[in-house]
Design a protein around this ligand. Structure first.
Ligand SMILES: NC(=O)c1ccc[n+]([C@@H]2O[C@H](COP(=O)([O-])OP(=O)(O)OC[C@H]3O[C@@H](n4cnc5c(N)ncnc54)[C@H](OP(=O)(O)O)[C@@H]3O)[C@@H](O)[C@H]2O)c1
Length: 311
């Protein structure tokens, strides 16, 4: 085990972007071992750390533990700090408070660390009450195994309940990780984004590239491979005007790609995007979405175009 690969006083507030590691080890959805391999992942990991982007999101369920294992192995070969975010999945058979502790211990083992930066409840499958889950999270903070507590896919009221339960332990709720991108702005419309802001809970935006659609590389004639092809066939037809606008705005911003525009739009909204990346080229491109800002007019134009196609 390494001593501790997380930062001393980490905070989500200062982070602009992270990396999503669902694909690392996932064969079924992302074709790990087919279109990309361990060497590609290693190159992506190293390039990201070299660029100072070290917030990496994984979960015990990604690749059935393989994503955590790969990340753990990669962290063995670097001295650079990595802010690991992982997740507890509330399976229906996990009914005791100690099941979170057990799952966390298994995650730490796969990751080969003594502590992770952020531990999140993956989904609000509420056989275990939120209060019980947050009591277990508080135990994990007190034991030094996690630094910060997050939730994922929580609604406004569930986020509030988690926040209140943790406050009883004097622990802040650090984040809520939800789907958020130009094709899904539900959290703007249902008030979750505003509520999180008011509570000081950072919104972590997952699938920020709409699983590759917002990079502009897919079209009705050239759909994504695998599961995504049929899933996004009709959406791909509708989003072409939005993609055209993103290309135009990107050009005016110094040749930014549609993907970089999509990620910068999220940053401008105050969210922390965690784009998944399978190789060095994708990491480099995604990292080019920070260090600049869309204008207010560009954001408004993107909002209007996304309203035409988004939920
Ligand atoms: N909490 C949750 O319930 C939940 C759910 C989903 C995801 N997540 C987290 O969010 C992270 C990101 O979400 P996601 O992986 O679903 O979707 P995403 O980040 O929107 O899309 C990732 C995919 O887009 C393509 N891509 C990425 N960068 C690219 C670039 N620069 N140029 C061209 N293509 C690029 C790659 O696939 P191709 O090359 O194959 O197109 C990549 O695997 C996940 O890794 C995971 O950590 C969490």
């Amino acid at each position: 085990m390494t001593e501790n690969t997380t930062a001393k006083s980490p905070s989500l507030d200062n982070l602009e972007i992270g990396v999503g590691a669902w694909a690392w080890g996932d064969r079924f959805f992302w074709n790990y071992g087919g279109s990309f391999n361990d060497q590609d992942i290693e190159a992506a990991f190293r390039t990201s750390l070299d660029a100072g982007i070290n917030f990496i999101d994984t979960a015990e369920v990604y690749g059935q533990g393989r994503s955590e294992q790969i990340l753990g192995q990669l962290m063995q070969n670097t001295n650079k700090p990595v802010l690991v975010a992982t997740k507890f999945f509330p399976y229906p058979w996990r009914l005791a408070r100690r099941s979170l502790q057990n799952a966390l211990d298994h995650s730490l083992k796969r990751l080969q660390v003594d502590q992770v930066f952020l531990y999140q409840i993956h989904w609000p499958l509420l056989l275990l009450p939120i209060g019980t889950l947050m009591d277990a999270m508080a135990d994990a903070v007190k034991s030094g195994k996690i630094t910060a507590v997050g939730v994922s896919n929580f609604s406004k009221s569930q986020t509030q309940r988690a926040y209140t339960a943790l406050a009883r332990h004097n622990i802040p709720l650090a984040s809520n990780q939800v789907e958020y991108h130009l094709l899904n702005r539900q959290i703007e419309k249902n008030g979750l984004l505003a509520r999180c802001r008011a509570m000081g809970v950072r919104v972590i935006a997952y699938s920020p590239l709409a699983q590759g659609l917002l990079t502009g590389k897919y079209s009705p004639e050239s759909p994504p491979p695998g599961v995504r092809g049929p899933r996004y066939a009709s959406l791909l037809k509708n989003i072409q005007p939005l993609i055209a606008l993103m290309k135009e705005i990107g050009k005016g911003q110094g040749d930014k790609t549609p993907g970089q525009v999509a990620l910068n739009w999220l940053i401008c909204k105050g969210a922390l995007p965690i784009p998944g990346a399978k190789n060095l080229a994708q990491i480099q491109q995604n990292n080019g979405s920070i260090g600049w800002r869309l204008t207010e007019d560009e954001i408004a134009a993107l909002d209007a175009a996304s309203d035409e196609v988004a939920k």
